[in-house]
Structures are given as structure tokens and as C-alpha cells.
Design a protein around this ligand. Structure first.
Ligand code: NDP
Length: 285
């Protein structure tokens, strides 16, 4: 009889609520396609159970896990080491476990950047970033570290935009200014990349961030973080004006690829991940 191994490698995610998070489908499809005997367990973990969940992962020999809301900041207290960019961002969403040590990273901004790099190099670019929540913060830091020239951060609550602008000025060479977002925002002259990092559009294909659509011009790249529906109203409007568009699925797939590389030291099949998400969310155009 040949030797058989009935012990799969364990990875997964801790969040609450977790039931609408499609990452498990994307990751397990890629594991199966790429011949990796691993599972990705999507776990409902409330804030008061985070420490127990982290200890559980360690006790069961998991090789890593993702953290989503509400744990991205709180998990940092339970880690042995935190990557430099994640330290600046102040949040961790991907943890790898090596020799019983927990090492935290942040793939939110890195996933966005990998998706952006398929159409442009951010170095030297001017950016308009809409929103100042967790996703915006991670994207801003990675753009700043990648040599973006300047960014304008617009948010309904301007103090949150100012906090990110301050973080960028202190930690990167990128110029950063915050603006209060009231009424339809006009894309400033010379902007190369416009990013919607708000939650406007999530689950609502008609919702549009307040923006003067006539200020979108065909030389611009317009990106949206919203994965569902992938073709948001903003992207539809931008496309009809000749802009290059990037949807939130690319960001999600690249986060999966980066996480798997941290855990397994190898690249998984992006095409399988994309197809899986498209089957779940519908086609992108
Ligand atoms: P947060 O709750 O931290 O931030 C939400 C942001 O949206 C804030 O800036 C908030 O403004 C703004 N906002 C919400 N509603 C409105 C509105 N009606 N008008 C103006 N601004 C509004 O969320 P996250 O940053 O964690 O996530 C944002 C989005 O990014 C989510 O939809 C999430 O699905 C998506 N995401 C996608 C990922 C991907 O891989 N594709 C990865 C991570 C997130 P204010 O501060 O003024 O309240």
C-alpha cells in the first residue's frame, strides 16, 4: 500500500460577519487547480473570540490566515512580528505562521497596486483618492511607497482624510493633501488616477460616488475597490468617457495571490481565481 497523507494544510479567514466573504471559494479553487492539498476555512470569529481563534490556529498548526473586519487592527496585539508597510498602515489582514511565530502583513494596498500595475506604473503619478477608511489608508500607503508623485484624499469626514495625508507625508516622498468631500467633487487638473475607495456601490449597481463626471477625461485611469458588482456605475461612466478602468475583482484576486505566496512560497493560478469570482459576481463587462 502506498503512503497516504490525510492531513491537509490549513489556512483560512477570521471575520464577522463572514458568510458573504467569497475568498474561500477563490482560494480553494486555486488550491485544487494547482494541486495543493490545503483547505481555506472561512470562520465566523467575533471580536471577543479573536485571541482564542489565533491561539487555535497556532495550536492546530495552520500555516496562515486572513483577518477581515473587525479584526484588522486588534489582531496586531497577538502577533510576533509585523511587516513595515502594515506597521505604517496600522492594520494587518494576512498572517503567516512559521516556527510558531505569527508574522502580520497587509495585502489590501498591495493587491490594489498589483492590479494597478497591469495598466500603469504608479511612480510619478498624481492620484485622487475618494474615501479615507481602511482600504483607502492601505492603498494610500502602498501608492506613496511606490513613488506616486502626489495624492488628494477626499472624504466626507475630512479629519480622516487629513490623518491619511499626514501619514503619507511623514512616511513617504509623496505629496498629500486632504479635502472635505461636499457635493460633487471635480477631479483636479493633471490627475492620472482616480480611485473610489469608499463603500459606495457595494451591492448597488446604480450608486455613484458624488463626482463631476465631466471632469473624467480619457487619459485617466479610474479604479474601484468594489468587488460586487464588479462593473460599478462609476466604472461604467468612466468607460463611456474613454477612461481605462480597473474593477475591485482584480484587487481581490491579487490579494489572494499575495497571501498564498506568503503562505506557500509559490504563485497560484490567477485565471482560476478570476473565473471563480466572475462566476459568483457576474461578468465584468
Ligand atoms: P470603511 O468603513 O473603513 O470606509 C468606508 C469609506 O467609505 C469611508 O471613507 C466613508 O466615509 C466612505 N463612505 C461610505 N458611504 C459614503 C457615502 N454615502 N458618501 C461618502 N462617503 C461614504 O471601509 P473599508 O475601507 O474597509 O472598505 C471600503 C470598501 O472597500 C468596501 O466596500 C469593501 O468591500 C471594499 N474593499 C475591497 C477590497 C477588494 O479586495 N476588492 C478589499 C478591501 C475592501 P466616512 O469616513 O466619511 O464615513
Amino acid at each position: 500500500m502506498t503512503n497516504r497523507n490525510f492531513r491537509a494544510i490549513l489556512t483560512g479567514s477570521f471575520s464577522s460577519p463572514c458568510a458573504d466573504n467569497p475568498t474561500v471559494a477563490m482560494m480553494e479553487a486555486a488550491y485544487a487547480h494547482d494541486g495543493i492539498d490545503a483547505r481555506y476555512i472561512n470562520c465566523e470569529v467575533t471580536a471577543d473570540n479573536l485571541e482564542a481563534a489565533v491561539k487555535g490556529a497556532l495550536a492546530m498548526g495552520w500555516i496562515g490566515f486572513n483577518c477581515s473586519l473587525p479584526h484588522k487592527v486588534a489582531v496586531m496585539a497577538h502577533l510576533d512580528e509585523i511587516a513595515e508597510a502594515a506597521k505604517i498602515i496600522g492594520a494587518v489582514n494576512c498572517v503567516r505562521i512559521r516556527d510558531k511565530r505569527l508574522i502580520g502583513d497587509n495585502t489590501d494596498g498591495k493587491g490594489f497596486l498589483a492590479s494597478l500595475r497591469t495598466v500603469t506604473d504608479p511612480a510619478g503619478k498624481k492620484v485622487l483618492l475618494l474615501g479615507a477608511g481602511g482600504a483607502a489608508r492601505a492603498i494610500a500607503v502602498e501608492l506613496g511607497l511606490s513613488g506616486a508623485k502626489s495624492m488628494t484624499i477626499a472624504n466626507r469626514k475630512p479629519e480622516k482624510a487629513e490623518a491619511i495625508a499626514d501619514l503619507i507625508r511623514k512616511n513617504t516622498e509623496c505629496g498629500a493633501e486632504a479635502v472635505a468631500w461636499t457635493g460633487d467633487i471635480r477631479v483636479p487638473e493633471g490627475v492620472d488616477i482616480v480611485i473610489n475607495a469608499t463603500s459606495i456601490g457595494l451591492g448597488d449597481k446604480d450608486a455613484l460616488p458624488p463626482i463631476e463626471l465631466t471632469s473624467l477625461t480619457e487619459k485617466m485611469i479610474v479604479a474601484d475597490v468594489i468587488p460586487n458588482p464588479p462593473m460599478t456605475r462609476l466604472l461604467t461612466e468612466a468607460k463611456s468617457r474613454g477612461c481605462t478602468t480597473l474593477d475591485g475583482l482584480g484587487m481581490l484576486v491579487n490579494q489572494g495571490l499575495i497571501g498564498a505566496e506568503l503562505w506557500f512560497g509559490r504563485k497560484l493560478s490567477a485565471a482560476v481565481m478570476e473565473r471563480t469570482l466572475e462566476n459568483i459576481f457576474g461578468a465584468t463587462d
